[in-house]
Design a binder for this molecule. Structure first.
Ligand SMILES: *Cc1c(COP(=O)(O)O)cnc(C)c1O
Length: 433
């Protein structure tokens, strides 16, 4: 399988090259040259397939023959070592829980898959160390750090906005040591992301083999489509129309959902639910894409003002805004509304949600408001365990949240990071290390 750059000014890349490059040399995002539907038979027999079998069938065309089938199956086995329960919340409303992985946020699947693939290629051709750069608004850092921890031949550098991630998130990315280094940036997530992009283009850093592990990387982005197939498998009544609501920041997860749709998953509509960072909602209203500086919210993993993956969504819909609007909506919610959503979920369904999942729920309810519900199943993605946003959750629903053991043990560890203010400081750190 070849990948081309959405800026169309770079040579085509193989799966391996696109994985290692992260971003194409012309700063464009990589996109698969072809996408083939899995066909009706696959969808019809999905109940009889394991998660691993579904994942293998869905992703093999995107890897092609660069990883042999057996090795790809092993990679998938390691990636999918936990559950993805679909919890009923109301009549026809479900929560797809994506937080049962090692760092308790949905990014674990993409991060593990990418780390396993890079580990595979590194074993094949022993070369010099690769440095993975990753900017995080909260959960990516922990998931990537965990996925790559101890993977031979790979150093990981994580940039995060100082004071803008939760305590647990910060501990998850600053306490691992080994081949993982955390860099604390005096700025926003967008600043972190910009530094990563600039480093890739900086010819003075050419001697370092740099790659990214953000959701722009195809190996992080594409496996996220598994969730949508798993949700479909878990639904008992498959006769109704399905709407997915995805709490969205960089729009990688929802873009993977639309990829699943392209592969033949019967989805009626996608809702991108966001916090007040509503660039895409505005775009759908006005047709004008006007990126903004990210504003800080209680759903910090979605504080993104210029969502990288939206361009891929447009490509999947042939850059046709009318076609896009027929399957895709976006709604934005304030922190106050988010808290009300969390309270409602707790009061009516005894469901403790994190702020991101609550926004997913609100987006779903808003979209379905005028639809005939007896004909619809609505699924929102619950993207993080509520304990990752402990203070917000406990103060909102006035109840103690149980902290799972794997998180408790991290809280006692000591934070280890280096602080920087701008790109030049970042660059000298990279050159020294
Ligand atoms: C990253 C993240 C999101 C946003 O996902 P995107 O793919 O960037 O849209 C939502 N919720 C949580 C908890 C996250 O960590």
């Amino acid at each position: 399988m070849n990948y081309y750059s959405l800026n169309n000014k770079s040579p085509k890349a193989s799966f391996k090259e696109a994985l290692i490059n992260g971003l194409a040399p012309d700063r464009g995002l990589y996109f698969p040259e072809s996408i083939e539907s899995l066909g009706q038979d696959f969808i019809k027999k999905i109940d009889q397939l394991s998660h691993q079998e579904i994942a293998f069938e869905a992703i093999k065309q995107f890897v092609g023959n660069e990883i042999p089938e057996n090795s790809l199956k092993e990679i998938i086995e390691k990636t999918l070592s936990f559950n993805f329960p679909l919890e009923q919340i109301e009549d026809n409303i479900y929560s797809l829980e994506l937080f049962h992985g090692p760092t308790m946020a949905f990014k674990d699947v993409g991060a593990q898959f990418m780390a396993q693939c890079m580990g595979y290629f590194n074993r094949q051709s022993k070369t010099s160390n690769v440095t993975v750069l990753v900017a995080t608004s909260g959960d990516t850092g922990g998931a990537v750090a965990n996925g790559f921890l101890g993977v031979e031949g790979i150093d990981v550098v994580i940039l995060y906005p100082s004071g803008k991630v939760s305590d647990i998130q910060e501990k998850q990315l600053t306490t691992l040591g080994n081949n993982i280094q955390a860099v604390e940036v005096n700025g926003t997530f967008d600043d972190c992301q910009e530094m990563v992009k600039t480093a890739f283009l900086d010819t003075e850093l050419n001697s370092k083999k740099l790659t990214s592990a953000n959701s722009i990387n195809i190996a992080r982005w594409i496996p996220q489509m598994f969730y949508f197939f798993f949700a479909y498998k878990a639904l008992k009544d498959k006769s109704k129309e399905i709407t997915f609501s995805v709490p969205s920041g960089n729009f990688g997860n929802i873009c993977a959902g639309i990829m699943a749709y392209k592969l033949g998953l019967p989805v009626k509509h996608f809702v991108a639910a966001t916090n007040i960072n509503d660039t895409i909602h505005q775009f759908l209203e006005t047709g004008i894409y006007a990126p903004k500086t990210a504003q800080q919210t209680i759903s910090n993993a979605m504080d993104v003002g210029d969502p990288s993956n939206f361009i891929r969504i447009q490509q999947l819909m042939n850059n046709d805004i009318h076609k896009l609007k027929s399957i895709f909506s976006s709604y934005s919610f304030t922190d106050q509304q988010t808290k009300e959503g969390m309270k409602k979920l707790y009061k009516n369904a005894s469901y403790v949600s994190d702020p991101h999942g609550a926004i997913g729920y609100l987006g779903l309810k808003k979209y379905l408001k005028n639809k005939s519900l007896h004909n619809t199943n609505g699924i929102f993605l619950e993207t993080a365990h509520p304990c990752k946003f402990l203070d917000t959750v406990e103060n909102t629903i006035k109840t103690k949240v149980e902290i799972p053991l794997q998180i408790k043990s991290i809280l006692e560890k000591e934070k280890n990071s280096i602080k920087i203010n701008d790109y030049s400081e970042f660059k000298s750190f990279l050159l020294k290390s």
